[in-house]
Write a protein that binds this ligand. Structure first.
Ligand SMILES: [Fe+2]
Ligand SMILES: [Fe+2]
Length: 316
């Protein structure tokens, strides 16, 4: 009996060792594949430097970009599509960050990645809403642009809000009413996203118009989210609740299919005066100096994003 139990234990031990070995091989193959990709690309070390951005001439976006200061604390990039249809919302100057963020904002608000996501989403929406003209996303690229923005970005962003961030805010003073209003907004956006998906299936000229409508709705929604939620979180932050929610948001975001592209877009934003110190404070050095620059070179979603959307314009 004792001998049989010993053999069973040994057998279980061998199984466990095999599982661990398989896990290690799987993990290391990803890392090796990443670095093989880096060497195959044979990009110069200079690529690890902060990414280039469109300048005021808008070479990368091909649309006039007017960089002007909104307030001293806001990121100073404003998008100004003078060449767009008169009267359309894209003609308005659009700050990527609208809220005032003093130096201690990230420490107090905590969920600063949410603000950064809104910042690059404003850029994406502005680009998606441009009428078909020089500087706009081409008809051929529109389906992929929508996938990069929505399927690999905004859809996950809304899931994190629905499952984690909004339930957290709901527990703060004044949070419940604000969250109910925002959840209605999510339902309206979901309905509009279905229209976009139908239009994409059908193809044709309607696609651009429906995507532009979605983009306008989306920017209004994220503006409202910040207007409603930032004051509630700043006034009634509950560290005891946040310490449970923060790791869940981090884990969900890291596992998302567009997670690496999001990090690369954060890196683009990190040259902005307001976001730079937050980026340095909130992301570990190994991420900022090694992993994200490597992702920026090898991630296929990010490279498609750079080709289709261009670079987020640089602050001045
Ligand atoms: Fe939302
Ligand atoms: Fe949002």
């Amino acid at each position: 009996m004792a001998r049989s139990s010993l053999m069973q234990r040994r057998s279980r031990g061998r199984c466990l060792a095999l599982i661990i070995l398989a896990g290690l091989l799987h993990w290391s193959s990803h890392i090796v594949a990443s670095f093989v990709g880096v060497f195959r690309l044979a990009l110069p070390l200079a690529s690890l430097q902060p990414p280039p951005h469109a300048d005021a001439t808008g070479r990368e976006t091909s649309v006039p970009l007017d960089a002007a200061v909104a307030t001293e604390r806001q990121t100073s990039v404003l998008l100004d599509a003078e060449a767009a249809d008169p009267g359309r919302w894209v003609r308005r100057k659009l700050p990527l960050v609208r809220i005032d963020m003093p130096d201690d904002f990230a420490d107090k608000f905590k969920n600063v990645h949410w603000i950064w996501q809104h910042a690059y989403q404003r850029f994406q929406c502005w680009k998606l809403a441009l009428p078909d003209q020089a500087g706009a996303i081409s008809d051929a690229d529109l389906p992929r642009a929508w996938e990069l923005f929505y399927d690999l970005g905004a859809a996950h962003h809304a899931e994190v809000e629905d499952e984690l961030f909004l339930p957290f805010v709901r527990q703060l003073d004044g949070g419940d009413v604000a969250v109910q209003q925002l959840l209605r907004g999510h339902e309206e956006l979901n309905a509009k996203a279905l229209q976009v998906q139908e239009a994409l299936k059908d193809g044709g000229a309607a696609v651009r118009a429906v995507i532009a409508e979605y983009a306008e709705m989306y920017v209004e929604h994220i503006n409202l989210e910040e207007d409603l939620l930032v004051p509630i979180v700043l006034a009634g932050m509950r560290e005891d609740l946040w310490k449970d929610v923060a790791p869940l948001i981090k884990a969900k975001s890291s596992a998302s299919p567009g997670g690496k592209m999001a990090l690369c877009l954060f890196r683009e934003l990190s040259t902005q005066e307001v976001i730079a110190p937050q980026y340095r404070a909130k992301l570990p050095g190994i991420m900022r100096r090694v992993l994200i620059p490597v992702f920026s070179m090898i991630d296929s979603q990010y490279s498609a994003h750079r080709r289709i959307f261009g670079a987020i314009p640089e602050a001045v």
